[in-house]
Design a binder for this molecule. Structure first.
Ligand code: HEC
Ligand code: HEC
Length: 293
């Protein structure tokens, strides 16, 4: 009898917990200004933001998803985001797209996993999103079905993210500092925002949340099992980085000593920073090395 009462109490707690979680609100849709999207600029933003890298499988059709992102919570598969109405996002509205990318909420009102780095896209402007959307609409449809994530209970319960969010979701870290000059500020916007360098170079707590207070001090235990070095100005200078060699390395993937970037950084360069405008690489270097310009 006592066991039954305990079991009953436990079940009631679980149900109460689930009801509580289901009622936790997600951010409401934001008002969006209308812009005529620029497809070319959008394609550039997609490179800068790493969308192409994550949403394309090595030998697969670009944007058709299937790329596996290993983490200690399981493997997440980036979905097909081509213009296919059934398997991609062809049936979405622009507002659906904005809410997904900037707020991490699906058209059906479900939270997305932070494996999709929407937290870093919160700083994309309405204009950026209009351009990205124009680029996305131009992607030919692919009928490749998206692959289900391979994550175990409790992480497979999407509604659990409603509890995770208020505690661990990061704040927008791109507030500008006037005294720092425009290169530095654009650099900060790129590194802490869409280029999401901080996603890998900022340490995380056991729940996978970013330890914002630590800054870009590197992550000795990245979610994918790798390690990333510190990118603070002090650490970079101590390791011999200058504006010139940093720009060259992000452009070519070759380090000053002739080695190549290893781990996931190799892909970041190949799929993203190699394509950036020199002015944007200069901004990134100005911010990371804390240069006065
Ligand atoms: C680090 C890998 C990664 C990057 C970079 C990334 N995504 Fe994703 N994206 C994902 C994953 C994983 C999901 C699935 C999330 C989930 O199921 O909760 C996703 C989901 C989405 C969805 C929702 C699709 C659907 O069917 O519901 C859209 C839209 C999307 N991403 C667009 C983008 C855009 C645009 C960019 C660049 C600005 C981008 N993604 C960058 C990994 C990534
Ligand atoms: C997907 C995770 C990931 C992202 C995103 C990422 N990095 Fe890295 N980065 C790494 C890893 C892992 C290493 C270590 C590479 C190695 O072992 O060779 C690294 C190394 C570096 C180094 C070399 C530091 C040194 O002294 O050896 C620099 C510089 C760097 N990253 C800059 C950046 C910048 C700038 C961005 C954003 C544009 C960025 N990273 C985005 C994972 C990442």
């Amino acid at each position: 009898m006592r066991l039954l009462i305990i079991a009953g109490g436990f079940a009631a707690l679980l149900v109460a917990g689930a009801v509580f979680a289901l009622n936790l609100p997600l951010p409401p849709p934001q008002a969006i200004a209308t812009y005529q999207g620029d497809e070319k600029r959008g394609a550039y933003l997609a490179r800068l933001s790493g969308c192409v890298a994550c949403h394309s499988k090595k030998a697969g059709e670009p944007w058709a998803g299937g790329n596996g992102l290993k983490s200690k919570f399981g493997t997440f598969y980036a979905p097909n985001i081509t213009s296919d109405p059934k398997h991609g996002i062809g049936a979405w509205t622009f507002a659906d797209f904005v809410r997904a990318v900037r707020q991490g909420v699906s058209p059906s009102g479900q939270p997305y996993y932070p494996a999709f780095p929407y937290e870093f896209y919160a700083s994309l402007t309405d204009r950026d999103l209009a351009d990205l959307w124009a680029a996305m609409r131009a992607i030919p449809p692919s009928a490749e079905p998206s692959r289900a994530h391979d994550v175990g209970v409790p992480f497979s319960i999407r509604d659990g993210l409603r509890v995770w969010r208020p505690f661990f979701e990061r704040a927008n870290l791109t507030a500008s500092f006037e005294e720092k000059g425009s290169n530095w500020n654009v650099g900060q916007y790129l590194v802490m925002g869409p280029a999401h360098c901080a996603a890998c170079h900022m340490p995380r707590n056991i729940a996978g949340g970013l330890k914002e207070g630590d800054g870009l001090t590197g992550d000795p235990q990245m979610l994918d099992g790798g390690k990333s070095p510190s990118l603070t100005a002090e650490a970079l200078r101590a390791r011999g980085w200058t504006k010139e060699n940093l720009i060259a390395a992000l452009r070519t993937g070759v380090l000053p000593n002739g080695d190549a970037f290893g781990g996931s950084m190799a892909e970041v360069v190949q799929e993203s920073t190699a394509f950036l405008l020199t002015s944007h690489l200069e901004d990134i270097a100005a911010y990371l090395l804390d240069l006065d310009e």
